[in-house]
Design a protein. Structure first.
Lengths: 336, 336
DNA sequence: AACGTTATCGGGAACGTTCCCGGAAATAGT
DNA sequence: ACTATTTCCGGGAACGTTCCCGATAACGTT
């Protein structure tokens, strides 16, 4: 697939490459007639500047890297939509990588991304990642990084999160106000920032309503496969006294719980009320319709990308980094 | 963010760039000691070859473009997973674009992709695309293209599809065998190849069981928003005699139907049986659990990417192109 | 007429890498 | 001791583009 270059145009028109280049960039020091000639010929030959050559010259790839746990997850695919919107609008393209919730793959992805010379990195950390040195080093070397949703307080940069504390607080309080007392909390990894915050919101709601905190009701889940979740659910149901509500911290966990409770023939919400932290598109069509704390995924992606591009395009490092806290929305349906 | 280059190494070690380059590529004509020296220094300085420079030299971007209608769709995100697996394994990276089921955006995406100088293109056409000249031209210019799922018979290249006819036939026959006679079919666009095939499968099943084909039961839907689908469903329900089953041709349509039927208080499957052509992860958790024809999305992505990379890496154009037909799986649940 | 201005263009280096070509030194072969 | 071969390395062009530095005319100014 041969593509026409500036040299081809120059040769065909008996001009120098500099002249052609300047004509194409509409430089003032080119004769309007020459300019016209070049432009027309370029149009005719369907000339497209080679972005690779430009990247080499400018030492800039016009690409940003995005690492998410998985794209087959409605929250992240929506976030990616937001990221792409801003990125494309500002002339960047997006390279998407998946960590699959694995620390090793995340490190490998980071490696790929630096090798690919992206101009910046947008990342939502895997829940198996407790050590963030791979990101810290990169950041100290000067690569612009913005964290979103799954952030870490060890990295000093812009962050975009949702109000996890408030969302969890509202969800828990809603369960309490509807008469629940033994509320189990299934969450992801204990070192994940968002998990900590949601747990804190959960505890604060309990405290406000004078319900004692019971550690046995908290489940940190390393894996997301339905078998693992089912085991956790079974163990929780064997507790005495039995829990009367589940509050889950993610898409996958909510779905897994729902599935397990169905299989175990537990009536929702009569026996167990269920509310999740999720962006499932079909949440209202589930059986029963799932109550959720909904996150503004698209907006998160948009603002995170915006911050990153600002970071990339500003020559000097900003003195202070901001953490943007977007509001969640609690949607009560049949499951609670 | 300054990165160390071959020149830096050469200068530091008092060697020429050629020597360093050859040492790094483990050339036989470099003294083992020198090689050792270079390798150690490169390792110490964390040298990474600049892929942009390589791309410029080799006139190869090591990137493939992927255009799908939307990634926030489980079928496509699974397919992308498959694509990425093969692509990364073979050293390519993946640039994802979304057409949002819009012809204009698809054309724009194609433009971006050629401007970005990808080595090949993987595409699942938007349902509003009736004219595929933008792809044809590209293909004739020599860009390797592989179509998957949403293919077009106007483009003569490798294709990866599922057995749409058989899947639709089985779904329809299943409805017939469970006593349904007035089976409505909601499908996407009339010029979409997969829509035609599924319609053909539907008709064949009717014919086999001597059920007359009624055109009024077929709905081509241009839009996927719930309002539009709801209107279609309402109109179908006003028919006389009323349909007793719906067979939908996509994720979105199945979900939309389910939603509309719920809102209209129609009992599923008592009044209307429902079966979809979808890869929804939560299909078994819906209310009622949704019967579906399931497509091997991940495998489709994998094989499509494999074919494309073979195409890219073979110097000569293959004489004949193949169409790979993967099998669907029908999963009967509560909705039918 | 001599000079400064302006308009218009070309030459060539640079970005990071590979690879062809050539060349010096060391070794082997007679 | 002389040539032939091997070993090891450097120079420089090339990929496509931009941009700095000149260069040549034509023009205007005194």
């Amino acid at each position: 697939m041969h593509t026409v270059t500036i040299k081809d145009i120059a040769k065909a028109l008996n001009l120098s490459t500099s002249t052609v280049s300047r004509a194409l960039r509409d430089s003032y020091e080119i004769n309007p007639e020459t300019k016209q000639l070049v432009l027309e010929y370029a149009e005719k030959m369907n000339y497209r500047p080679n972005p690779i050559a430009l990247s080499l010259r400018e030492n800039k790839s016009w690409a940003i890297g995005v690492i998410v746990p998985e794209i087959a997850n409605h929250f992240f695919s929506q976030a990616i939509n937001g990221i792409e919107e801003t990125a494309y609008k500002r002339g960047y393209h997006v390279m998407i990588f998946q960590s699959n919730e694995s620390y090793e793959r995340e490190v490998a992805n980071v490696g790929h991304i630096v090798a690919r010379r992206v101009d910046g990195l947008l990342i939502s950390i895997s829940n198996q990642t407790s050590d963030v040195n791979h990101l810290k080093e990169l950041h100290e070397q000067g690569l612009p990084i913005v964290l979103f949703d799954r952030v870490s307080d060890e990295i000093h940069t812009h962050k975009v999160v949702t109000d996890n504390f408030k969302g969890a607080f509202q969800a828990t309080e809603h369960l309490i106000l509807s008469g629940r007392r033994r509320i189990a909390h299934l969450t992801s990894s204990s070192f994940l920032y968002i998990a900590k915050e949601r747990l804190a919101g959960y505890r604060a709601a309990l405290e406000k309503h004078d319900i004692p905190f019971d550690e046995r009701l908290i489940y940190f889940s390393k894996a997301f496969d339905s078998e693992y979740v089912r085991n956790s659910v079974e163990e929780l149901l064997m507790l005495n006294p039995k829990p009367d509500a589940f509050f889950t911290a993610s898409d996958r966990l909510a779905l897994g719980c729902l599935e397990a409770l169905h299989e175990l023939n537990v009536k929702i919400p009569r026996e167990i009320a269920l509310i999740g932290f999720t962006n499932l598109r079909a949440a209202h069509l589930l059986s029963p319709a799932l109550s959720t704390v909904c996150q503004p995924a698209f907006d998160m992606g948009k603002t995170a990308a915006g911050l990153l591009l600002d970071l990339i395009e500003s020559k000097k490092k900003p003195i202070e980094f901001k953490t943007i806290n977007l509001q969640t929305e609690i949607v009560i349906r049949k499951s609670s």
